[in-house]
Design a protein around this ligand. Structure first.
Ligand code: PRP
Ligand code: URA
Length: 209
């Protein structure tokens, strides 16, 4: 079964509060996403494989470590874009493969509109990036696309998750682990997360007007 790792940390609580606050400016919002993404990355990358290689410090020879897997960052457009830079800061060798999905406003089901995945040569480990895991429809459509590409190891990074989204992943993609900062109460009638933060893409890109 899919495991769900929920961060429990005072810094997470404080940065989440900034994100949720409707008075937060888009610039501050993006900065909070960046900080929370780094904290999430710490959890989500804990099992990455490394191998030894020899280096020389100014003092002596020693063995250090380097990552061995081919890693893909898969931001779900639009909101996932804000999580890419902090992940690339930590894993500079990662490849970035964008998936364009939006939720139909009336049905809240995902609509696929962009993918440039190659037909072969899948990454070994994929981190799906999206600040919001609501119904789980968008995330699961992304997982399906990645599995068809041939990715064996998929991890989901979400800043705020709803119980409904986590349950859907556990049922439909039990092999995918979810890392999130918090699990909120529920979804409202429009399938927005409560209390949530509103529309993440609009707040990141200042398109709320
Ligand atoms: C948001 C969010 C997720 C999706 C989550 O994107 O960034 O991709 O909704 O909802 P779900 O779990 O119910 O599928 P949105 O559709 O608003 O697109 P946008 O990022 O372009 O605004
Ligand atoms: N997408 C968002 O941006 N926010 C929600 O609360 C749900 C889906």
């Amino acid at each position: 079964m899919s495991s769900t790792k929920i961060l429990d940390h005072p810094l997470v609580d404080c940065h989440l509060t900034v994100l949720r606050n409707k008075a937060t400016t888009p610039g501050e919002f993006r900065q909070s996403i960046r900080r929370l993404s780094m904290l999430l990355a710490y959890s989500a990358t804990a099992e990455m494989k490394t191998t030894e290689y020899p280096i020389e410090t100014p003092i002596q020879k020693m063995h250090g470590r380097q990552l061995v897997e081919r890693v893909g960052l898969i931001p779900i457009l639009r909101a996932g874009i804000a999580m890419v830079e902090p992940m690339l800061d930590l894993i500079p060798t990662a490849e970035v493969w964008h998936l364009g999905l939006y939720r139909d406003e009336t049905t809240a089901t995902p609509v696929h509109y962009y993918s440039k995945l190659p037909s072969n040569s899948p990454v070994e480990l994929a981190f799906v990036l999206d600040p919001m895991l609501a119904t789980g429809g968008s995330a699961c459509m992304a997982f399906q696309t990645l599995m068809e590409w041939g990715v064996k190891n998929i991890k989901m990074l979400a800043i705020i998750a709803a119980p409904e989204g986590i349950e859907k992943i556990q049922q439909d993609f039990p092999q995918v682990d979810v890392h999130c900062c918090v699990v909120d109460k529920n979804l409202n009638d429009q399938k927005y997360i409560v209390p949530g933060l509103g529309d993440a893409g609009d707040r990141i890109f200042n398109t709320t007007g």
